[in-house]
Design a protein around this ligand. Structure first.
Ligand code: MRU
Length: 336
């Protein structure tokens, strides 16, 4: 991805150190966070310094390489697998590493995983850009961009590709409470020169009803065997609204996010991230410094499910690296 005109990946490895763009500081500050051990890498995944399913997967694979180099592979697996439960890519990456690791190739294996992950997302762009027509207004939820992947993004890959092919279109970015990943989406799109506006999460129904949305594309954290899709909380309501308003709703997801062992969305574990993320909001204060303010009343009780499940029936297609899959055909991966 281009940031200030320079090419970056969201996460990479240099001399045993896992380096990642610190997503907790964006869009206010651009810094690289260094993790010198698998414990630090796992902590960065848990605390969302690195976030988004494919980026979590790549970070997990690099963390496994650090654990292998320290002779602590089993401990690495135990610690990393407990960081975040919903993103399927985390577990895919651990399995990949265990299968390919043979003694001295730890870093090579992890780098290969990250390269393959970036290529899968590029191919999502190749297949998905055909859905984007001139002057379309596209709505997306959360951040399914290059920051959330190694590169390119999932939902944002088709947009990047269409933009590189000089197509003109516009993006509505849901702000995505409580962690405001929509601000990262807007930041990424603006860095690439793609026209966009952030909207409050509850504005999307109005925009759809007014005829201001032509297409919805979101990412995924886990795709079940029946085509149900777990993604950032709020995705389900966008899908229902899209159907109600006759707007095509697509999911963009690499095969590493597919979990055929999950028969349906009911089997997907939904991460509960606790109350603090809802109670506090982070931003730049009037003194120009990053600060955190409480927005909930004292003693207020909070529920904070991080993901929801969109039933397959609401999804027109899943854009994968191999083509667009009908959600009902996920099991046999027949591309439409
Ligand atoms: O909690 P996060 O920020 O890791 O969740 C990210 C998402 O839900 C993304 O929409 C998802 O991973 C899409 S694919 C990049």
């Amino acid at each position: 991805m281009k940031i200030r005109g320079r090419d970056y990946r969201s996460v990479w490895m240099e001399e045993g150190v896992v380096r990642m763009i610190d997503q907790t500081l964006l869009p206010f500050d651009f810094r690289i966070n260094d993790c010198g051990s698998f414990i630090e890498t796992a902590e960065a995944i848990r605390t969302m310094v690195v976030r988004g399913a494919p980026a979590i997967g790549a970070a997990a694979c690099y963390g496994m390489a650090q654990a292998a180099l320290a002779g602590k592979l089993n401990e690495g697996e135990r610690v990393i697998s407990k960081t975040r439960p919903t993103a399927r890519d985390l577990f895919d990456a651990i399995e990949y590493f265990k299968k390919k690791f043979v003694g001295s190739n730890a870093v090579e294996v992890a780098c290969a995983y990250a390269d393959e992950s970036a290529e899968r997302c590029r191919m999502i762009g190749v297949h998905g850009e055909k859905l984007i027509k001139e002057d379309m207004r596209i709505l997306t939820h959360c951040n399914a961009g290059a920051l959330a992947c190694v590169d390119w993004g999932t939902a944002l890959a088709p947009m990047r590709m269409a933009h590189y092919r000089k197509r003109k279109f516009f993006v509505w970015a849901d702000e995505t409470r409580p962690r405001l990943q929509g601000m990262l989406t807007s930041w990424e799109l603006s860095e690439e020169g793609i026209e966009n506006k952030v909207i409050a999460d509850n504005a999307s129904g109005y925009l759809m009803k007014e005829g201001l949305v032509d297409l919805v594309v979101v990412g995924a954290d886990r795709v079940a065997g029946n085509g149900d899709v777990a993604n950032k909380i709020g995705t389900y309501e966008k899908a229902v609204l899209a159907k109600e308003n006759g707007i095509p709703f697509y999911v963009a997801s690499p095969s590493t996010t597919f979990d055929l062992a999950c028969a349906s969305g009911k089997d997907i574990e939904i991460e509960d991230r606790g109350s603090e993320e809802v109670e506090f909001v982070k931003g730049i204060g009037s003194d120009g410094r990053l600060s955190r303010v409480k927005v909930s009343p004292v003693g207020c009780r909070v529920e904070n499910p991080a993901f929801d499940v969109t039933p397959a029936g609401y999804i027109k297609g899943i854009i994968t690296e191999g083509g667009v899959v009908k959600p009902g055909k996920v099991k046999d991966m027949k591309f439409i």
